[in-house]
Structures are given as structure tokens and as C-alpha cells.
Ligand binder design. Structure first.
Ligand SMILES: [Zn+2]
Length: 412
């Protein structure tokens, strides 16, 4: 009896408390701040050594404006960095050996989202009710259900690109998994954007280049620009017709160009005047072209939007040829005359980069040394939405970029 009475009393108390709190809750709901808008632009292998001179020459006005209005610096990356390995760390803020996507090929299979052993940020955000839209982000194939949409990027498998490694299937040619979530969006995109390339172009083989260097280089570069134009159109369409609170878009042709057209000098390893003197501006030009893509994306943002530009690693001229695996993962047939790479054992040799602007982010702040790392991206984005950092995440909120960093930390 006593216990039953106690239960009744408790229930009444709960009811009473609920009734009293209702107006408060209602009020809280009506004054609840809308969720912030965050746009992340990923650039595969953005090299600060190459973009700094371009910034000085005024050839990247859009990136310059982000730097002026925000914070930027090097981004410490993981050891032997490559795209799937680092992107999966960006997604999960965990080490490659923890998230499972340790490279392009894992246990003989092309890296894919089913291998992810840690929860990615798109899943955390979706569960918290944030709308998520992602397009052409590397290592997101097959796509996973999100509270919005997802279109895969690098490592998407398809016709003439059966293993998905560094080749370019069109949307209609995708095989072995879904490249678009939800499925209905695929039809809509084919109708309104066209049959775009999901990843960048495969690099030419040495035999194709021999004797036709200029012709092959120019043809390859125009294909790269065609792919970039298609992806820009895709981004434009998505931002117009499917705006989401969290958006992540990515570009990967810059890195590919750097691997075999980095403007090296005759004393660098692998210099071949027949190739390396033909278009020395091809690689810097990729960033000038990227800046135009960024400009198109920025047209869809305002002063209340957080814009984050992130590169998974840099890229540097070769310092030696490796005996065991001469071209590592770097090209499909392992015959492309690769002259620059990023999977150096010491990731600090090829840091990525990080740029951020938005409400409460310091202006014209340069992060020195390795203050920011690839582990910090996910916790910092979650922080913007007021979502507590999951325990397995190894990074920290980049509180130093916020104007009132004490408050930023307290909110965590
Ligand atoms: Zn690469």
C-alpha cells in the first residue's frame, strides 16, 4: 500500500511538474535558435606551397576573402596520408586503425563505407535532427541513409572503373552499390543536371604519353575541366533545390593533377622535360579553377553561414623512388610518371589545410604550427550545433578560432 501510494504521489508530482513546465517548454520551443548552417568544401590535396603564391598574385580572390573574414592554417594529418584514410578520420575523428579504412585497398577490397567501424559525422548529425547533404565527398560509396541526401565521390565503382580506384564513372555507369541517397534523387539529377562524372579522370599511362606528350596532357586537362564544370553545376543545383543545414561538397581533380604535373625543376626526382616542361602552370591553374567553384558555392551562403574549407593533406615532389611499390596507389595501371606524392610515412611532411569563417569566428587569424588536426574537424562541427563530442572522438573543438573561446569551451 505504502509503495503504491508512493507511486501515485510520484506520478502526480510528475504530472504536476509536466503541467507547470509546459508553458516553459512551449516558450523554449518558440524562442529556440534555428540550427546553424554549415558548408564544408573539401579539396583533395590542397598544397599551401602552391596556393600561397596564387593568393599573393590575387588569383584566388574567393579563398582570399575567406582568409580575411576567418581563420586558417595548416592541418596536421595522419601518417602516410591518402584520401580514404584521411577522409574517414575527418568523418569519425578516430585513427585509421580504429575506423578501419586504412587505405585505398583494405584486405584486398576497395575501401568502402561498409568498412567504417566508427560512427561518421553524417550519422551523428542526422540522429540529432540536423539535415545533411553531401556530394562528391571521397570514400562515401556506397552511400548511407542520412537525414537529407548523399551523392558519393572518389572510390565509386562503375563501368571501366570496376575497382573504383582513381577513375571516373558517370552517374549512369555506377555499379556495385548506390551512389545516390535517396534513390529518387538519382532520377531527378539525371534529368536536371545530366549524367555527371562522380570522380576525377584516370591519369594517363606512360605508353599513352610517349611521343604525344602535349596532346595527351592537354586532352587530359580539358577532361578535368569538364568534370569540374559538371560538379559545379551539381553543387549549384543541390544548393538551390535541396539546401540542408549541414552540407559537405568536395573536389578531387587538384590532387590528381599534382601527382603527375606538379611544376618540378630539373633537379627534382623524376624530371622528364618532355612532360614536365609542357604545362608547368597546369597544377597551379587547378587552384585558380577551384577558386571559381568556391565562388559559386559562396553565392549560396551569407554572413550567418559557417564556411569551412578543408584539405586532407598536401602534396610534395618526390624525394626518392621506392623500390618495393614504385607508384604506390597513385595511378590505375601503376605506369603514370608520378613526380609528386603525399603518402610519406611522416604526415607532417604533407600537412593539409583548414579555413573557416562564420558567426563568432575570429577574423584574419592564422593558426601557427599544428594547432589544428584532421581529428578536430568533426568535434568542431558538432560544437557548432551544440552536440556533445562522442567519447570515441580523438580531436578537440578548435576553440581558439572563436572570438569568445571561453564561452565556446563552456558551451561544449
Ligand atoms: Zn593523391
Amino acid at each position: 500500500m505504502v509503495s503504491r501510494l508512493f507511486v501515485m504521489k510520484s506520478l502526480n508530482l510528475i504530472l504536476l511538474l509536466t503541467l507547470f513546465s509546459l508553458p516553459l517548454l512551449g516558450q523554449a520551443q518558440s524562442t529556440a535558435k534555428p540550427k546553424p548552417r554549415v558548408v564544408v568544401v573539401g579539396v583533395n590535396g590542397m598544397e599551401l606551397d602552391v596556393i600561397r603564391p596564387l593568393l599573393l598574385q590575387g588569383k584566388m580572390p574567393n579563398l582570399s576573402s575567406v582568409i580575411k573574414k576567418g581563420a586558417y592554417g595548416k592541418l596536421r594529418t595522419v601518417s602516410a596520408p591518402n584520401c580514404p584514410r584521411v577522409y574517414s578520420t575527418l568523418f569519425t575523428s578516430t585513427k585509421p586503425e580504429e575506423h578501419g579504412v586504412s587505405g585505398f585497398i583494405v584486405g584486398g577490397i576497395t575501401a568502402n563505407t561498409n568498412m567504417l567501424k566508427q560512427e561518421p559525422i553524417w550519422s551523428v548529425l542526422s540522429k540529432e535532427g540536423v539535415t545533411v547533404g553531401m556530394a562528391n565527398v571521397p570514400a562515401t560509396f556506397p552511400v548511407m541513409p542520412v537525414n537529407g541526401f548523399m551523392i558519393s565521390g572518389m572510390l565509386t565503382r562503375g563501368k571501366n572503373c570496376e575497382d573504383g580506384v582513381l577513375c571516373a564513372p558517370k552517374l549512369s555507369e555506377v555499379q556495385g552499390g548506390d551512389a545516390v541517397y535517396p534513390a529518387t534523387l538519382k532520377t531527378e539529377l539525371l534529368k536536371n543536371v545530366g549524367d555527371f562524372y562522380i570522380d576525377c579522370e584516370r591519369m594517363p599511362a606512360a605508353a599513352d604519353l610517349k611521343g604525344h606528350e602535349t596532346e595527351v596532357i592537354d586532352a587530359w586537362l580539358s577532361k578535368v575541366q569538364l568534370i569540374r564544370d559538371q560538379q559545379t553545376q551539381l553543387f549549384d543545383y543541390l544548393l538551390d533545390h535541396h539546401p540542408t543545414q549541414f552540407t559537405w561538397l568536395a573536389q578531387s581533380c587538384e590532387d590528381r593533377t599534382g601527382h603527375w604535373l606538379y611544376p618540378i625543376a630539373p633537379y627534382h626526382a623524376g624530371y622528364n622535360p618532355k612532360i614536365n616542361s609542357v604545362r608547368p602552370d597546369a597544377f597551379p591553374n587547378q587552384y585558380v579553377a577551384f577558386d571559381k567553384v568556391l565562388g559559386e558555392i559562396l553565392k549560396h551562403t551569407d554572413d550567418n553561414t559557417y564556411v569551412i574549407i578543408v584539405s586532407d593533406h598536401g602534396i610534395k615532389p618526390l624525394r626518392e623512388f621506392e623500390e618495393t611499390d614504385p607508384h604506390a596507389h597513385m595511378d590505375h595501371e601503376k605506369t603514370t610518371p608520378v613526380i609528386a606524392k603525399h603518402d610519406f610515412a611522416d604526415g607532417d611532411d604533407v600537412p593539409g589545410s583548414f579555413f573557416a569563417m562564420g558567426p563568432g569566428i575570429k577574423h584574419d587569424l592564422r593558426l601557427m604550427g599544428f594547432e589544428a588536426s584532421v581529428y578536430d574537424l568533426a568535434p568542431t562541427i558538432l560544437h557548432l550545433y551544440g552536440i556533445e563530442q562522442p567519447v570515441q572522438m580523438r580531436g578537440h573543438v578548435l576553440s581558439e578560432i572563436f572570438e569568445n573561446s571561453d564561452k565556446a569551451i563552456a558551451k561544449k
